[in-house]
Design a protein. Structure first.
Length: 263
């Protein structure tokens, strides 16, 4: 059993490693209601002690195979693109996406909500509810299999627009099948229906969503390769005109709702 268990695989986090030190990553910490940017070891980013261990089973072992395979498949996508994936590689990335979505903090927090409904507030009850979600993993894998996979990049090469990543990095459109997952500062996977009319979200909005998702973990909010990317994200809130220019979608409604709440 590994004491420090990650809810984002380190194979992905290493792609966001600092250009100064490949073992570190820049993060925004939420400390005493303040957002602080600093360098942090990758092996201590987006992790908790015994995160996956329950009274019934150490389900950390479930991730060993998929995490062992992920570096090669991710490196292949970054180098050659998703268009050149063979059937076996596509099956691996579908499985990887399913496990990554379920293992993250946002889903664990949903388990906390369910435990309160059931009147169970002990930590192992929460872990067991979370673990039970993986029993339907094949259904989720099939969902990804039936979607079109594409890769999107930031519209600008400016460092401030590079992708950031949170402890809950898989973004889900609840109105229609659409998932985003950044796998490097310049590469984000997008699963979507083949007849979707939505254009891919730009990194400006995807990074904001990662920052929002980061609220679910009381530590590291988001991480990035460059400190400048996080400074821009922290200090440059979305403007109303930017949101208004989005296509009518779940994302636009979400951003408008949050903008109005913050006024």
């Amino acid at each position: 059993m590994t004491d420090h268990q990650h809810f984002v695989t380190q194979a992905v986090l290493r792609n966001f490693s600092s250009s100064r030190n490949k073992k570190t990553i820049f993060v925004i910490f939420h400390i005493k209601n303040k957002l602080i940017i600093q360098s942090n070891p990758i092996n201590r980013t987006f992790e908790r002690n015994n995160y996956f261990t329950t009274n019934e089973e150490n389900y950390d072992s479930w991730f060993k195979e998929i995490d062992a395979q992920s570096p090669d498949i991710i490196a292949s996508i970054i180098k050659n693109g998703v268009e050149n994936l063979n059937l076996q590689e596509r099956e691996k990335i579908n499985k990887f996406m399913a496990f990554q979505w379920l293992r993250c903090v946002a889903i664990r927090n949903e388990s906390i909500s369910y435990s309160k409904i059931l009147g169970e507030d002990c930590i192992n009850c929460i872990k067991n509810i979370h673990a039970d979600l993986f029993t339907d993993i094949d259904f989720l894998i099939e969902k990804f299999k039936n979607l079109t996979l594409s890769s999107v990049s930031p519209k600008s090469l400016n460092i401030k627009h590079e992708y950031v990543i949170s402890g809950s990095p898989v973004l889900y459109n609840v109105w229609e099948p659409e998932f985003y997952f950044p796998i490097s500062p310049t590469n984000c996977l997008r699963f979507h229906s083949i007849d979707s009319r939505l254009s891919p979200l730009d990194s400006r909005f995807l990074n904001e969503l990662q920052f929002i998702n980061g609220e679910g973990y009381n530590g590291c909010r988001v991480a990035a390769r460059h400190q400048e990317s996080l400074e821009y994200l922290k200090d440059t809130p979305l403007k109303y005109c930017e949101i208004e220019n989005l296509e009518d979608s779940f994302w636009k409604r979400l951003f408008l709702k949050m903008y109005n709440q913050n006024q």
